[in-house]
Write a protein that binds this ligand. Sequence first.
Ligand SMILES: [Fe+2]
Length: 394
Amino acid sequence: MNYRTIDDMFERGTLVQLTDLWTPALARYRERPAVIIDIEVLGYPRSINRQKNGTSVSEKYDCIYTVALMPAERNATFARAQVPVIRVISSDVVGILAAEQEAADFAAWCVREFCGAEPASLPHPITTGNGRFIGAAVLPHTIPMYEARHRPNDHRNKSLDAIDQVRRHLDECQPDVIVLASTHWMPRDGFFIDDGAQHEDGCDSSYQGVEPQLFSFPGDPELAALIGDLARDAGLPVRRIHRVAQEHAVWVPGHLLCQERRIPLLPCSIWWRGPREAHRRFGEIIAEAVRRLDRRAFFVASGGLSHTFDFSKPPEYVVPQGERFDRLAQEWLERGQHGRLLDMSEDDFETWNPEGRAGHLYMMRGALGQDVRGQSLCYQGSNGTGYLTMVFQN
Ligand SMILES: [Fe+2]
């Protein structure tokens, strides 16, 4: 077993060697130096199997890397058009590649081109404006949940029905933009914000190693730029990026909530192991940018509650210590007591083990700007973890 944990993943900008051991279609890229440009944290170890000397061997992986491949033919400069970008599972990455000069130049170019940048300083004399977050929702987001729509007996259909109520709510309130905090986007060095005008799969379509991403959403670059500028001014570590690929904590809720409507979607990360208070502050800054730009915005906290998996029990099982804190968190949110989540002791917090270390919930409180009471639409267990769907009207 070669299981990597979240704290043990390769950073953006790392030059790596790929293997086709687990994914035969990678054979044509195997000899190419590759650079990690993005990381999708899956949240639990999945298994992959292969045959070796007539027996089945398996390995665990829990993240997907987006990698850029060094062009086979070298021109004077690198250009995006010549650089294939693909998504691979972490088992497809053998390890760090010793950087020869050309590969090191390529890695440095990838960092500049794909790995995010400091937010620009904006001339923003506008300090008035009446924009605000008109509401928010906490939602789970697994890929099987998306697929459960076609499986009537899947337990997740309860949550899907609840998410559909949120969708109908959005139909009524017609927000200008959805700001979505993803608990599968977990950089260790601060917050990232996606400033793309259009979010779609920018990966090499000739490679089908990881499922194609089912999304195409407009973005809100103006809002993203102002959030980045204000956050940097406030001393928060933040980078802006137009991601080549999204991940399922973005595209699953995006699809379920927007369907055919074209509501601009602005994805942002949490800050893995960043302070709780910094998440709340980042949410407040997002709300300030929304106010100045007169947006009627809706916040989506994309993530579950307790996140300790147990696949040995029935599908709706929740580990008891997780459920105990989930019920408390649900009650606090229903009462609008967001501060109690912020004030949890470290011991209780570690026992609870919330998805994304609850960064999405702290950001949501900051974005709402006050202790809004939530309306529970569904709570259910899923393979040990707790799913809450809750809506807030501000
Ligand atoms: Fe998740």
